[in-house]
Design a protein around this ligand. Structure first.
Ligand code: NAD
Length: 432
């Protein structure tokens, strides 16, 4: 903490413990202490390289104009072009996006992808817009970003509140504005629909990556997939795919929660049927093959594996005290508050860090970018095979760092990532 304070002091801003950005940088700086990395690198990583904020008007269906605020934060690009999701959500604000951009730098470094870290978004509930309004808003946001996004410089992807359709509108807008008329300019965005340059396996990639990590971790804890009972909060892209893929391997999904409510079935919830239900109804509430339970009952459900796959900082100390699990796998980014994390670690719960668990998404995004640029299309088994290799290697890096630095897996993941970033900075030096 002392180290963190002094970095913030030198940069001239006040340390605020309740701010997600400061908390994220705090974790990076704690890992930096283990590695004893040069002070200049701590300072560089404590601030994003670029903070882009745009305001743009959009004509609504009723003929009125509405002004939107959009962000793109480019945290670090020492390893390669900036890479990270675009979020459309009411909670989007500057420090939040800065935190998520910094996490992307760590994540791409941990998997050793040739990408840096970025994040962006618009503060809006996309469900409050008609399809046409959403399309116009997405296109206008893309044009407002101009050359700040580019296939060789910064490559957005889907995140909370955005999907393949929104990525297609972003890519199409960019292609139309590309005066150089490059055949590969749609590679400016990943997570596109399959028919428009998307990759096989991108939709399930984040859940699939987590399952590959669990294949490495569960046997060490003497938990077989067939005996594994798990619960999930968040049943969107990441949660539903994780649920389906774990059930495919014989695990039992006992309880699920999302913004609409919480459900449970001691015999197991069919994740495929629940996915179809959520696609139709918008949430898990009312699913006939499970009983409705309270939020407290949900968190108290005894499971081997608990997976937060919703939003940031959802697992606070109260919820952590209710949890009855052996492993918590962070599918969402920074889902656990520092107080809750401390409590769970003391209790002996193994926390698998988000920068490892959900790195499958950006990894298959990298494969999509590569396929676009080489005008190739890879089969699903090729994508899965390459993803598995990357996830196993990243898991081993985290385990080795935990042994070497005698620290928990979260700090170990940050240490492994920072080590790689430090090495590249050593080779490149600081310009001029
Ligand atoms: P999504 O929008 O598809 O799903 C979000 C889920 O969170 C929904 O089920 C929603 O109901 C639930 N939720 C929202 N508010 C909630 C609340 N108050 N209580 C309970 N549940 C709530 O988003 P996603 O793409 O699945 O992303 C989920 C998390 O995973 C985010 O942290 C995101 O940054 C991270 N992530 C996503 C990807 C990806 O490929 N989509 C990759 C890496 C990380």
């Amino acid at each position: 903490m002392i180290q963190t304070d002094s970095v913030f002091q030198e940069l001239g801003f006040e340390y605020k413990t309740d701010n997600l950005y400061y908390k994220t940088i705090d974790t990076i700086l704690q890992a930096a202490v283990y590695l004893n990395i040069p002070r200049r690198l701590e300072l560089i990583l404590a601030q994003p390289k670029n903070e882009i904020i745009v305001h743009f008007p959009v004509k609504m269906d009723n003929g009125q104009f509405k002004l939107f605020k959009g962000y793109r934060i480019q945290h670090n690009n020492v390893l390669g072009p900036y890479k990270g999701g675009m979020r459309f959500d009411n909670t989007v604000h500057l420090d939040h996006v800065k935190a998520l951009a910094a996490i992307m730098t760590i994540k791409t470094a941990l998997v050793q992808l040739p990408f840096g870290g970025a994040k962006g978004g618009v503060q809006i509930n996309p469900k409050s817009l008609s399809r046409d309004e959403l399309m116009r808003m997405t296109r206008r946001f893309t044009s407002a970003l101009g050359n700040n996004i580019h296939p060789d410089f910064d490559i957005p992807a889907p995140d909370v509140g955005t999907n393949a359709q929104i990525m297609a509108w972003m890519a199409d807008t960019y292609v139309n504005l590309d005066t150089q008329r490059r055949a590969t300019s749609h590679s400016v965005v990943t997570g596109k629909p399959l028919a428009f340059g998307g990759s096989q396996g991108r939709d399930k990639a984040t859940g699939q990556g987590l399952v590959y990590v669990l294949e490495e971790i569960l046997p060490e804890k003497n938990i077989a997939f067939g005996q594994c009972r798990f619960s999930l909060v968040g049943f969107g892209n990441v949660g539903s795919w994780t649920g389906r893929l774990l059930c495919e391997r014989g695990a039992t999904l006992l309880a699920v929660g999302d913004h609409s409510g919480f459900i449970k079935n001691d015999q197991g919830i069919d994740a495929i049927k629940l996915t179809r239900y959520v696609e139709e109804k918008g949430g898990v509430k009312g699913f006939a093959e499970a009983e409705s339970i309270s939020e407290d009952e949900f968190y108290q459900t005894k499971v081997d594996l608990f997976i937060p796959a919703a939003l940031e900082q959802m697992i606070n100390l109260k919820k952590a005290q209710q949890l009855d699990c052996r492993i918590l796998a962070e599918a969402a980014n920074i889902p656990v508050t520092p107080e809750a994390e401390e409590f769970l670690l003391k209790k002996g719960v193994e926390i698998l860090p988000a920068v490892l668990c959900n790195a499958g998404g950006v990894t298959v995004s990298y494969f999509e970018w590569k396929q676009n640029r080489q005008t190739e299309t890879w089969d699903l088994d090729v994508v899965d095979h390459k993803l598995k290799k990357c996830m196993i290697q990243a898991t081993h890096r985290v385990k080795q760092a935990a042994k070497k630095y005698k620290c928990n897996l979260q700090l170990a993941a940050y240490c492994a990532a920072l080590k790689h970033i430090e090495e590249v900075y050593e080779h490149r030096g600081i310009f001029p």
